[in-house]
Design a protein. Structure first.
Length: 94
C-alpha cells in the first residue's frame, strides 16, 4: 500500500505484534535470568546468615530455649530454594 497509514496498519497486524513480543522477550531474557540468579543467591545467603545467627543465639542463651527446630526449618527452606532454582534454570535452558 502506498498510503503511509495503510503501511503502518499492515505492519501492526497480529504477526508483527508477535514478532515484536518475541524480539522483546529475547532482548529481556538475559537480564531477567541474571536478576533471578542474583536474587536466588541473595536469598540463600540470607537464609544461611539467619541460620548461623540462630545457632549463635541458641549457644549464647542462658535460658533453655531450643532453636534447633527453627534452624532445621531454615536449612530445609534453603534446600528447597536451591532445588526450585535448579528446576527453574533447567527449564530456562530448554
Amino acid at each position: 500500500p502506498r498510503n503511509p497509514r495503510a503501511k503502518m496498519a499492515a505492519a501492526s497486524g497480529p504477526g508483527a505484534r508477535e514478532l515484536f513480543a518475541e524480539g522483546l522477550l529475547q532482548f529481556l531474557r538475559p537480564a531477567v535470568r541474571q536478576l533471578d540468579r542474583h536474587s536466588q543467591v541473595e536469598l540463600r545467603e540470607h537464609i544461611d546468615s539467619l541460620a548461623t545467627e540462630l545457632c549463635r543465639i541458641n549457644e549464647d542463651q542462658k535460658v533453655a530455649l531450643d532453636l534447633d527446630p527453627y534452624v532445621k526449618k531454615l536449612l530445609n527452606a534453603r534446600r528447597r530454594v536451591v532445588l526450585v532454582n535448579n528446576i527453574l534454570q533447567n527449564a530456562q535452558v530448554r
